[in-house]
Design a protein around this ligand. Structure first.
Ligand code: FCB
Length: 444
């Protein structure tokens, strides 16, 4: 009996980002990024952790590619480190950096794995930050040049290009809450950065369309926002929160306007034509889903009995939220095809006496989220793929190495890689689904 829910060409993947896994932070001509500076500033990350070595993926590329293939993944999402390929973010290109990504892309293709590229996962060249970073409109034009160069370089070899990862997090955690690089606390600045990230996305789409046919999109972090009680105050709070986290990015991208609501930040300064650029058609929307947000005007906002269990990050595990979110977006927007570009949980994983890493909670997490996803697809949401966060344990930003999100366990002393139980489970799940989907197709 064939129960497969997912189409035959569904992308089964896992995701990483450059700064979190590559290491080699100052090797072979790479320039410093804002995350190199931030993580080396005392007090900014747990334990003073930084990405100098991380998973040493830069030097262990072939091993890691083999592991991806062993998992039976047919897609892999990774990001390009801008300062590795263009150390100052403008001018000169770094050939060794381009070579590294060529080896990565060609190595994936050789193994039958589709490369899904993200151009910006938060590691802005420090040289651009010194000129004002994303607060400076000129950075948007530098980003479009960088995007165009890369699209020219490998646009014929990759499956998809996303411009930005989570502009909400990059702008707000970096510039309003100050807990990510570059570490500012300024509402006006944060809003301007958000606008410039979106504008740079539009300019990049415009420039890349001229040189490649590859599907182009952007990745947003989205959460359903749930009122803690039926009170008017809590309902309004939930709406305000979604306006800020979701609509502040979705509306300009998909409707060409910022929401008219009271946000945590003022509206940015814009120039004529900006919104037209931001709303240029995209071929896909990447959605990173981790948790729902409970909203209330009271503190504490989360009624404890409501929580279904939390991860090590303190994030609620709520698979149904993925279904709620996708069906809500489908109702409210003209949605392009969607990828779930990240979804996963941090667990307190340990290596057992038998040498294995038993992570039953992660297995349940993936299974339940895939179930919610297939139900949303059954109701008409067009989803092209699922990327688990993450392929391997890595540098979790301000939390350093204390959070383990990987399917693959990393021993940071020895750099030994070990499949967790969840990796083997995910491998078998994918194999069953792909086999079932092929059988189903053959029967039609
Ligand atoms: C997302 C980031 C990703 C990772 C996960 C846990 O916000 O895109 O790099 O840190 O959270």
């Amino acid at each position: 009996m064939n129960k497969s829910q997912f189409p035959v060409d569904f992308a089964w993947g896992a995701a990483t980002s450059a700064y979190q896994v590559e290491g080699a932070a100052f090797a072979d001509g790479k320039g410093p990024s804002i995350w190199d500076s931030f993580s080396h500033t005392p007090g900014k990350t747990d334990g003073g952790d930084h990405g100098d070595i991380a998973c040493d993926h830069y030097h262990r590329l072939e091993t890691d590619l083999d592991l991806i293939a062993e998992l039976g993944l047919n897609a892999y999402r990774f990001s390009i480190s801008w300062p590795r390929v263009q150390p100052d973010g403008k001018g000169k290109w770094n050939q060794s950096g381009l070579d590294f990504y060529d080896r990565l892309i060609d190595g994936l293709l050789k193994r039958g794995i589709a490369p899904h590229v993200t151009l910006y996962h938060w590691d802005l060249p420090q040289a651009l930050q010194d000129d004002g970073g994303w607060n400076n409109r000129a950075t948007c034009y530098r980003f479009a040049e960088y995007a165009c160069k890369l699209a020219e370089h490998f646009g014929d070899r990759v499956a998809a290009i996303a411009t930005h990862n989570e502009p909400f997090v990059a702008s707000m955690l970096g510039n309003l809450f100050g807990i990510h690089a570059p570490g500012n606390n300024d509402p006006q600045l944060a809003s301007q950065v958000a606008h410039h990230l979106l504008l740079s996305h539009g300019l990049a789409v415009q420039s890349m369309r001229k040189v490649t046919q590859v599907p182009l999109g952007i990745v947003l972090n989205l959460s359903p926002c749930t009122a803690a009680t039926a009170s008017l105050g809590d309902q309004q709070d939930a709406k305000r929160r979604f306006d800020f986290v979701g609509r502040f990015f979705l509306d300009p991208l998909l409707r060409g306007a910022y929401p008219e609501s009271e946000l945590l930040v003022p509206l940015p300064q814009m120039e004529a034509g900006d919104l037209e650029l931001i709303r240029l058609p995209i071929d896909f929307l990447g959605i990173n889903y981790y948790f729902r947000e409970w909203c209330s005007t009271d503190t504490p906002p989360i009624p404890a009995p409501c929580l279904q269990g939390v991860s090590e990050m303190g994030w609620e595990v709520y698979p149904e939220g993925l279904y709620e979110l996708l069906t809500q977006l489908e109702r409210d927007y003209e949605l392009p095809p969607v990828y779930i570009s990240e979804n996963g949980m941090a667990c307190a994983d340990t290596v057992s006496a038998d040498g294995a890493i038993h992570d039953p909670r992660r297995i349940a997490y993936i299974e339940q989220h895939l179930d919610a996803l297939s139900r949303a697809m059954g109701e008409g949401v067009s989803v092209r793929g699922y990327f688990h966060w993450s392929l391997m344990d890595n540098f979790e930003w301000a939390k350093g190495y204390s959070m383990r999100f990987g399917l693959i366990h990393i021993d940071y002393q020895t750099q030994q890689r070990t499949f967790k139980d969840s990796a083997l489970w995910y491998r078998d799940y994918i194999q069953r689904e792909r086999f079932g989907a092929k059988q189903k197709e053959a029967m039609l």
